[in-house]
Design a protein around this ligand. Sequence first.
Ligand SMILES: [Zn+2]
Length: 488
Amino acid sequence: MRIAIGGIEHETNTYARGLTPLADFAVRRGEQLLRTAGQESDLGGAVDACLALGIEAVPLLHAWAQPSGTVQREAYDALADEFIDRLLDAGTVDGLVLLLHGAGVVDGIPDLEADFVARIRRAVGDDLPVVATFDLHGNVTQRLADMLQGMFACHHYPHVDMHERSCEAVNLIVDMCERNRKSRCDVVNVPMLIPTTTTFGGPGAEMLEKVLAAESDADVVDVSWFHGFPYTDVPHVGSMIAVTSFDDGGALLAARVADELWASRDSFHPESLSAEQAVQRAQSLKRDGTDGPVVINETSDNCGGGSPGDGTHLLRAMLDADLGERAVFGFIVDADTVARSIAAGVGASLDVSLGGRTDDLHGEPIHARAEVRSISDGKLVMTHMFRGTPLHLGPMVRLDIGGMQVIVASRRSQTFDAEPFLAVGVDVRRYDFVALKSSNHFRAGFADIAGAIVTADTPGLCTLQVRVFDRQSTARRLWPAHADARFG
Ligand SMILES: [Zn+2]
């Protein structure tokens, strides 16, 4: 048996400035895909599943870019064309596992994934089994579902189960081939804008439990809950339930679970703390005897949702609170400050204008005197979510500003685990306050470290206040932006 593997993945924040060019994509071709074996990623999972089952994996092309603005049309066309050329050149395959995100938007194409699969279908016809994996932050449509035999979104946020979901996708193709049958997909879109919500507790965990319970029917292959991606202006934005099944009951089941999601909507109202409120909360938690560091996550400037990562709101509030040697901030993105600091050298002091370079929303640059404490090449390997996967942050420095340790990286990324701190010589366990930019993925890496977690929702492109975004692409009434939103 031969199963083709590949995909184009992008989480598009249409509110982010500028278009995403081809140069921003990390593209793996052919054999390069197979080198992800053993990595806790969607691609690694598909490769590992084929290895485990003795199936020939036929690697095509895999493209991924850091979440950012709308994808340039020429970039997408080039990637999609090359993908299809490689698929057509691959000879006979028994199925295709597509690694997708679900929230891709191309200039002039509001649904990247549906357009991509439509191009594939035009090239290879309707008979080839095609099963796709997704990030649960996808905004997926029935148009897409109609072209697929299986849809597997990760269940968890942090996305710790992408590897496992890709294995399920490979297994479904094997099942379809061996038993000569075909599954189908049904999607129900619920008009809800869900702010970034973890499944490691609270309402996210409660809803996930209902979703997993719905998978018990013998003919049901999978029930996926797409939280959706609210930071994008497309007609089909929302939250979705997708059912993969071997009978006609999938649509009914999806509708039933969607009803449960809608009924639980009021539990998804998040608490939104300003930077100052978050710092005060962290200080009072520490005063009350919290054991271990209080982690403050600046959810609203999460590169993993398309924001710039150079926002200064939380860092400024921490400096103003004079937390000094008790605090570390890891990290803010500012390649220019990194370059100047490296030129000055370890032990040197310099005046910096730190962060706040991308736009006004995420805050003004911080002007301060800083001492360069250490330098790193920023070449890391992730330890929790995406375990074993390389993460290249570009050159990094640790600055001392008023006693507080401030880590600066050259390339955009959210903070997933403690590795960016270790790279510049910081053991986070020795600090009372550890600040970082991430919405929920960091929870996998800091579960055993944090004494408490406080979320700061400063002005930013990934704010929990999803109602503030202007929506030109849809006239639909969407909870919680519209109190009169209706479903069913
Ligand atoms: Zn996601």
